[in-house]
Ligand binder design. Structure first.
Ligand code: ATP
Ligand code: MG
Length: 178
């Protein structure tokens, strides 16, 4: 018998497929009548297909909020204070939505990346994720997942790069990469 248990899920590692795996899970969840919210910490430089696909499903089912802007400089003293502010704002928004309990699945896209660049404090994030409403699923994506998050998670999958077209000089493909 299926039992309702909110899972903390992490998709990490250097191989391709972290964000698409989260989106695929969101797609599946919508089919089961769950409400999904994806908060994107890093906005890419092009228009992603999933933004329009989510609108086709209906934002009351699958909502994607792209916060932040495409990062130019990141890490240490180089990080632009404006990006730090946007990142904090995205987290505060996501945290509030999570606590509201309005969604059955929340996706924090690229949150591992911003934590690894110390734009968000890992302990603070993990504490909030652990304290989420019961029964709510959460997915965190991005390379270099923090050990504290891995420790707290129920499911962790690491994408390993076996091959990537980029190494042959093939650039990002519409519908596959964005
Ligand atoms: P995707 O969004 O395709 O699932 P991802 O979330 O696993 O990828 P990110 O680290 O978020 O990967 O990278 C974002 C962009 O970089 C995507 O356009 C993706 O196609 C590309 N990318 C991912 N992995 C690799 C890689 N190993 N080499 C080169 N480019 C990559
Ligand atoms: Mg990604």
């Amino acid at each position: 018998m299926a039992e309702q248990k909110g899972l903390l899920i992490v998709y990490t590692g250097p191989g391709k497929g972290k964000t698409t795996c989260a989106l695929g899970t969101g797609f599946r969840a919508v089919g089961q009548g769950l409400r999904v919210l994806m908060v994107q910490f890093i906005k890419g430089s092009w228009h992603y297909g999933e933004l329009d696909a989510a609108e086709m499903l209906g934002t009351e089912h699958f909502e994607i909020r792209a916060m932040g802007r495409g990062f130019v400089k990141i890490g240490g003293a180089e990080t632009d204070p404006e990006d730090m502010r946007l990142c904090e704002e995205a987290w505060e928004f996501g945290r509030a939505q999570m606590q509201s309990g309005r969604y059955n699945l929340m996706i924090f896209d690229e949150i591992n990346y911003v934590i690894s660049y110390r734009m968000l404090e890992a302990e603070k994030v993990v504490a909030a994720l652990v304290a989420r409403p019961e029964g709510m699923h959460v997915i965190c994506t991005g390379r270099n997942a923090h050990p504290a998050l891995v420790e707290a998670a129920d499911l962790v999958t690491e994408m390993r790069e076996v091959k990537h077209p980029y190494t042959k000089g093939i650039l990002a493909q519409r519908g596959i990469d964005y």
